[in-house]
Design a protein around this ligand. Structure first.
Ligand code: FES
Length: 130
């Protein structure tokens, strides 16, 4: 009797885990680093580029402010993909004011929210002061 209950619980638990794994979908975005390499960053819908890069151990766009849009070290150039991202809000624009070698297509990775539309997109790491 007890083994039957445990068996049912185990089956239910495995089925639930399998379902969660099946619904978890990762997309990929790429960051061309100053090192000349193209770094792959897996992300889930709703992650910021900064969060996804941190999860993937991509140091090229890691900042020192913890993703609060104040250090600007996570600056990337979005290039032709500019229209695929929501317009920057006030906090990001304030941060970008201080960004080194800012361009028209500059964005802060800690402000860039990713969606499936960004799957396969390549961004470029901006130069840093130090
Ligand atoms: S991590 Fe510091 S501004 Fe984005």
């Amino acid at each position: 009797m007890l083994s039957s209950v445990v068996s049912k619980q185990l089956t239910k638990s495995i089925a639930s885990s399998t379902l969660k794994m099946a619904s978890c979908h990762f997309s990929k975005i790429f960051v061309k680093g100053l090192d000349g390499k193209k770094h792959e960053v897996e992300f889930e819908e709703g992650d910021t580029l900064y969060e996804a890069a941190e999860e993937n151990g991509i140091k090229q766009i890691m900042g020192v402010c913890g993703g609060t849009m104040s250090c600007t070290r996570c600056q990337v150039y979005v290039g032709e993909n500019k229209g695929k991202f929501a317009e920057p809000e006030e906090d990001e624009l304030d941060g970008l004011e201080r960004a080194f070698k800012r361009q028209d297509d500059s964005r802060l990775a800690c402000a860039l929210e990713l969606t499936e539309e960004h799957d396969g997109v390549t961004l470029i790491q901006a130069p840093r002061k130090n």
